[in-house]
Design a protein around this ligand. Structure first.
Ligand SMILES: Nc1ncnc2c1ncn2[C@@H]1O[C@H](COP(=O)(O)OP(=O)(O)OP(=O)(O)O)[C@@H](O)[C@H]1O
Ligand SMILES: Nc1nc2c(ncn2[C@@H]2O[C@H](COP(=O)(O)O)[C@@H](O)[C@H]2O)c(=O)[nH]1
Length: 206
């Protein structure tokens, strides 16, 4: 599918810092539009329906799967999460750069559907730091934290399938890297578009 916006996918093990990085990026770059996913997990803390997620019952999620409403969906830490086609198509068609914050299974499904999507993986600097970030965040029970840490090794084993890797040790450095990747992709895409336009013009294609 051709579309005027760029598509970025950011994945990471839980607690590596992807939401914090994406939030900071969005404060600096209004052209990056997030996509709001659907999930069957319960809201945490201050989360609002339609802002962080569309919170769906198992039956509602089943119906969306049956209606082929997702670009991608996956089981993550025992719950289901998915990006709806509606969340993506309108934004891309409108020329926005869309950034999906999803797990690696979803990222690989997106790459199948949109080969031009740029896949970025965020790594924590160490296991100790990953655990500390999950514990200090104070949002998940000890059982949930253990499950997320257990799943992190399978997730991190997928890093080679991504286009870029950022190690989120110093936050400002990782944010700089993320901005640089997005900037480089915009320049590349703009150059391709202009080369295409030149070729079209030389061939008298309007
Ligand atoms: N570079 C960093 N140094 C220290 N702490 C950080 C850094 N980046 C993020 N954090 C902190 O680590 C915790 C986890 O970050 P965040 O919630 O962004 O992770 P996440 O990858 O989005 O996790 P999840 O997938 O569970 O939503 C937060 O408390 C955040 O403030
Ligand atoms: N495949 C998808 N994964 C998603 C999506 N939205 C979020 N996620 C990932 O789930 C975990 C857990 O998120 P949390 O908010 O419960 O901490 C994390 O890795 C998210 O990136 C989605 O639409 N598809």
């Amino acid at each position: 599918m051709q579309h005027p916006g760029n598509l970025f996918v950011v994945a990471a093990p839980s607690g590596a810092g992807k939401s914090s990085l994406v939030k900071a990026l969005r404060e600096l770059d209004a052209h990056v539009s997030p996509s709001v996913s659907h999930t069957t997990r319960a809201p945490r803390g201050q989360e609002k329906h339609g802002r962080e997620y569309f919170f769906a019952s198992e039956q509602e999620f089943d119906a969306m799967v049956a209606n082929n409403a997702f670009v991608e969906w996956a089981n993550v830490h025992g719950k289901r999460y998915g990006t709806s086609k509606r969340a993506l198509a309108d934004r891309l068609a409108g020329g926005a750069d869309v950034l999906l914050e999803i797990d690696y299974q979803g990222a690989l499904q997106v790459k199948q559907a949109f080969p031009e999507a740029v896949l970025i993986f965020i790594l924590p600097p160490s296991w100790e730091e990953l655990r500390a970030r999950l514990e200090n965040r104070g949002e998940d029970s000890p059982e949930v934290i253990e499950l997320r840490l257990k799943n992190a090794s399978e997730e991190m084993a997928q890093v080679g399938k991504f286009d870029f890797v950022i190690i989120n040790e110093l936050f400002e450095t990782a944010l700089f890297d993320l901005k640089a990747i997005i900037h480089a992709q915009r320049l590349k895409y703009a150059a391709q578009r202009s080369a295409r336009a030149d070729t079209f013009a030389s061939l008298n294609i309007t």
